[in-house]
Design a protein around this ligand. Structure first.
Ligand SMILES: [Zn+2]
Length: 467
């Protein structure tokens, strides 16, 4: 829900004295050490895997109880950690994160106060690329599991940590990890992966003053399409039938004017249902009296609100155009455009291709450049979900946890065959301006307090689900 007024998460912290035995000084130092490793993934051929090797070594040497009770191994350059539970009847709990980080944007190096791969730790902050996406979660999951083992010994339920190597690029690592789990016959009751990491005011939902936090139960699909219109070129004095560029623009306009209809998917319907008693403004107040019956109207309303638009629409962004002529009096040859679409769960790549070809006509060639289908839609409630809601309620009182969907991608979608419920929610809650600047930007850093609180959330979630 970007674009909403954000609340200062520190104002919501509670029970910061939980788990007094947590080694927070050591945890900050270990996160700094992980951030000092430049785990930037490029391609299998061109990636420098030495930092990935070093991260694996750091994990193996930093968590003695995980090493003693569990098994830490590599699948390619991805990492799989299994702490077997004492009750083999129980399905596992799966905690996800990715090792890779995006590189520093060229030209912004000078703007960083500390080396983005220096692992600088001071009184208040832990600095470096990956501090918010998503090494804090990777190392935080390890800290939580290590402390859980120190407090309780082996859990009843098996705990699996899976860290892909290339989430920012192609998720081949997560695909291989999931295949390995499937090969071993492992099934997880639930998983937790990165997700929305901010609190937001629910004003766009008609409930101003209510602070909400999303647990995402699905994710949108990703599709790059290239449209091509062939052209002969030639002199502009007889553009009979339109130039290739003109016909391409007409095709784009037809798509823009006839978008796929907005739709209320399950988790977004649940958002409105959860918020219903708190909704005070129209037209939402009347509509949420019967969310199911008014689903189409609610979807149309949400589509008209910037913050909610991507939650109910298969969106299309026209991002690139090519083939324009070198001179004003020369007609262009082949003209191309690339469109980036984000597919609502339930809308397939085939649906989009049928919609496209129905509107643009046969002379426009449509080519799929890259596609990741939308995720499965899981139900709110049940194992993992209920405990996560309870834990967020304890540590962030005054916020309401609502089901939703992710508009960006995560590795989670790769684990659908081995996991019953895929939850996406980042327990580390930086202030809004920190996130806006640091995530894939400059001076990425995490406050020690935010890091500690996220570890408590993970620890409490494990205590409630695996003991
Ligand atoms: Zn990420």
């Amino acid at each position: 829900m970007s674009g909403l007024p954000e609340k200062d998460p520190c104002a919501h912290f509670a029970h910061e004295d939980d788990y007094p035995g947590l080694d927070l000084e050591g945890a900050a130092r270990r996160l700094g050490a992980a951030l000092a490793l430049r785990t930037v993934y490029d391609t299998p051929q061109t990636t420098d895997f030495a930092p990935f090797d070093a991260l694996y070594d750091l994990i193996c040497s930093s968590f003695p109880l995980i090493s003693r009770h569990g098994r830490t191994e590599r699948v390619g350059h991805s990492i799989l950690i299994t702490v077997s539970g004492t009750d083999p009847e129980l399905s596992a709990a799966l905690l996800l994160a990715h090792q890779d980080v995006v590189d520093v944007v060229p030209g912004t190096e000078e703007l960083w106060e500390h080396d983005p791969f220096g692992g600088h730790v001071d009184e208040e902050w832990i600095w470096g690329r990956g501090a918010l996406d998503i090494k804090e979660m990777l190392m935080g999951e390890l800290e939580a599991l290590e402390h859980l083992l120190s407090l309780h010994g082996r859990p009843r339920r098996t705990v699996i940590l899976a860290f892909g190597e290339d989430e920012e690029v192609s998720s081949l690592g997560a695909t291989a990890l999931a295949a390995e789990l499937e090969r071993r016959g492992v099934h997880a009751a639930f998983s937790l992966d990165e997700g929305v990491s901010t609190f937001a005011d629910a004003a766009p939902y008609g409930a101003p003053g209510t602070v909400v936090s999303d647990v995402c139960l699905s994710q949108k699909g990703y599709l790059d399409l290239r449209l091509t219109v062939r052209g002969e070129g030639g002199h502009s004095s007889n553009p009979f039938g339109g130039t290739s560029l003109e016909r391409l623009c007409v095709a784009i306009a037809r798509l823009a004017e006839h978008p796929l209809p907005p739709r209320l998917v399950g988790p977004v319907a649940s958002t409105f249902e959860t918020l219903a008693p708190l909704v005070s403004s129209e037209p939402v107040r009347s509509l949420v009296a019967d969310v199911e019956g008014n689903a189409d109207e609610l979807a149309r309303y949400a589509a008209s609100v910037r913050a909610l638009h991507p939650l109910v629409c298969t969106t299309m962004a026209v991002d690139q155009i090519g083939g324009s002529s070198p001179a004003p009096n020369v007609m262009p040859a082949d003209a191309t455009a690339t469109l980036n679409l984000r597919l609502l769960p339930g809308t397939t790549v085939e649906d989009v291709l049928a919609w496209t070809s129905g509107l643009v006509g046969p002379e426009v060639e449509v080519e799929v450049l890259h596609a990741t289908p939308a995720g499965r839609v899981d139900e709110a409630g049940g194992p993992g979900y209920d405990e996560l809601v309870g834990v967020m309620g304890r540590y962030h009182p005054g916020t309401l946890v609502v089901p939703s969907i992710m508009c960006g991608g995560t590795d989670s979608v790769r684990y659908e065959r081995v996991c019953g419920k895929l939850l996406r929610m980042t327990p580390f809650r930086p202030a809004h301006d920190e996130l806006a600047r640091g995530l894939h930007g400059v001076n990425e850093r995490i406050a020690r307090r935010v890091y500690a609180q996220g570890i408590r959330v993970l620890l409490a979630l494990l205590e409630r689900t695996v003991l």
